[in-house]
Design a protein around this ligand. Structure first.
Ligand SMILES: [Zn+2]
Ligand SMILES: [Zn+2]
Ligand SMILES: [Zn+2]
Ligand SMILES: [Zn+2]
Ligand SMILES: [Zn+2]
Ligand SMILES: [Zn+2]
Length: 214
């Protein structure tokens, strides 16, 4: 500051005459310019980044979050943020946030604002019946996640979902109804079974075998 005059935040010179007040400072009308393209900002919307003025275009081009999918700036205030160890922090346009496997969009609810931030791997709900799972940083729809990641029954090869009645035995997982006694072909109500030549038997069938052997 020199004397009692106003000084321009752009050129630091004294301002005599017309003043532009912006970003909490005073500027010569000719000094309030975009730091990138040099356009005058007096009559257009300006954006402040670390004390420097930018035009709308350059501000978003340089500082707005970018969509991980399409690589363009995200100007909409609603967007999805993923943050995890595998891939770091990423942002997506809502319409560009979809299953890494099948490409189906997750279609988050359009009500509410501010977007969504998700940290780490796990299951997330966007709505009562819309959800996705982040695995190693990539989002997957429910169907793909189950297909790709869930253990498969050693007998019928179908995915075993959470909450399904399943048996863990003989080095794998089985649907409850697929893990049956080798003799009578019924599932085991009691989790204990007898093994013979790596095949499971219920108690009555097993004692029958033993008796026949004697
Ligand atoms: Zn100036
Ligand atoms: Zn500019
Ligand atoms: Zn995008
Ligand atoms: Zn999918
Ligand atoms: Zn099965
Ligand atoms: Zn049996």
């Amino acid at each position: 500051m020199r004397g009692n005059g106003l000084s321009c935040a752009g050129c630091a010179g004294p301002i005599i005459g017309r003043i532009v007040s912006a970003m909490g400072q005073r500027w010569h009308p000719g000094c309030f310019r975009c730091s990138t393209c040099n356009d005058l900002l007096e009559h257009v919307s300006s954006f402040d980044h670390e004390g420097k003025p930018y035009c709308h275009l350059d501000y978003h081009e340089n500082f707005a979050p970018r969509c991980y999918h399409c690589k363009t700036a995200i100007i909409d205030e609603r967007f999805i943020t993923l943050d995890d160890e595998a891939l770091g922090k990423r942002t997506y346009h809502e319409q560009h946030f979809f299953c890494a496997e099948c490409g189906d969009p997750f279609l988050p609810p359009s009500s509410g604002s501010g977007g969504l931030t998700v940290t780490g791997d796990g299951e997330f709900d966007l709505d009562d019946d819309v959800g996705f799972t982040v695995y190693k940083g990539h989002p997957y729809c429910e169907a793909c996640h189950v297909r790709l990641r869930m253990p498969k029954c050693k007998h019928c090869k179908k995915s075993i979902r959470d909450g399904m009645r399943a048996v863990e035995a003989l080095g794998g997982k089985w649907c409850w109804e697929c893990f049956v006694c080798e003799g009578c072909k019924t599932p085991f109500d009691d989790p204990s079974f007898f093994l013979r030549e790596n095949k499971p038997f219920c108690e009555p069938c097993f004692s029958l075998i033993l008796r026949n052997e004697v």
